[in-house]
Design a protein around this ligand. Structure first.
Ligand code: 13P
Ligand code: SF4
Length: 314
């Protein structure tokens, strides 16, 4: 089917079914362009909590769909491709995490939103990359904290807040793979360019960056900066919004260690396509289901995050 035909059909279906299409910044540009709302994982959760639509189609990965369902159990939540997982979330299996928590009973458990509903259900507070530092800083200085699953984000927050949180040894395959050597070469080639880095990247990259932040924070920084060139160290999908919002600026994707590629793509995010989005709306599958016991436990740390975030205006 032609792209224009698919878009036409999606537009009819979304109206008929009172469906809202939410997209993460890492999605293909066609999906971002058709979405009712585009955002980072914090904004997607905030949107899912307040939408009046009957159906949410979350164009992102599985944990994002789960977060929407946890917050809006009365709505039907779909993701275009059930196989769209997350290597970071997978690096924290619930059984192993339970054992880790059991070994540290007097610790507060903070989990990154990139986790399964079952892991969230074991947590005291959920955070995203947009609010992790503020939320940790809001806790008493002597509070003992477990932070999971991203060791790079955890290390970043430890350094920002002066804490010594116990870090789970997980990482994202995309953000772990940027090549320092190739980025340094790019910096020489573009001496005026600023380097923007996601906090899921290792310290050696964050340390040479001009700005470290979540996808939305990188977008905001590129918009408000008076510089004209940016090297972007995160999943390449974000460049679509950056270019759209700043047509006079140049955005260069940071290269991965594998020299055959010029940018880093999240294979899971790429599993969603315009056609899969159409089929998902038409056939109302794949749907996200969460057992009520897990959901009730998982909703508390997510709501805590949303409360603290709104207190800080995040
Ligand atoms: P953001 O919270 O910045 O949207 O990042 C989500 C993510 O999956 C990063 O890899
Ligand atoms: Fe997960 Fe990494 Fe993909 Fe983000 S980029 S969804 S952390 S695998």
């Amino acid at each position: 089917m032609e792209k224009s035909e698919i878009i036409k059909k999606i537009n009819i279906l979304r109206k008929e079914k009172n469906a809202v299409i939410l997209s993460h910044f890492y999605q293909d540009s066609d999906i971002q362009d058709i979405a009712d709302f585009i955002g980072d994982s914090l904004a997607l959760a905030q949107w899912a909590a307040k939408t009046t639509a009957d159906i949410i189609v979350l164009c992102g990965v599985h944990f994002m769909g789960e977060t929407a369902k946890i917050l809006s159990p009365e709505k039907r939540v779909f993701i275009p491709n059930s196989k769209a997982g997350c290597s970071l979330s997978d690096s924290c299996p619930v059984d192993e995490f339970q054992k880790f928590i059991d070994k540290h009973p007097d610790y507060t458990v903070i989990s990154y939103v990139n986790t399964s509903a079952a892991v969230k259900a074991l947590s005291d507070i959920v955070v995203t990359s947009a609010n992790a530092a503020q939320i940790v800083a809001s806790l008493p200085r002597d509070e003992k904290i477990i932070f999971a699953p991203d060791k790079n984000l955890g290390d970043y927050v430890n350094k920002l807040t002066g804490r010594e949180m116990l870090l789970w040894d997980g990482a994202c395959h995309v953000h772990q793979q940027f090549s320092l050597e190739r980025i340094l070469e790019l910096k020489k080639q573009y001496p005026d360019a600023l380097l923007l880095t996601h906090p899921e990247c290792p310290a050696y990259l964050r340390e040479i960056s001009d700005h470290v932040g979540s996808t939305s924070s990188m977008l905001k920084f590129s918009k408000t900066s008076d510089k004209k060139q940016f090297i972007v160290a995160t999943e390449v999908g974000i460049l679509h919004q950056m270019r759209k919002e700043n047509p006079d600026k140049e955005f260069i994707p940071a290269p991965p260690k594998n020299s055959a590629y010029t940018c880093n793509e999240c294979v899971f995010m790429r599993m969603n396509t315009l056609e899969k989005l159409y089929l998902c709306l038409k056939n109302e599958t794949p749907e996200i289901f969460i057992d009520e016991e897990t959901r009730l436990k998982a909703v508390k740390p997510i709501k805590k995050m949303l409360e603290i975030s709104s207190k800080y205006g995040l």
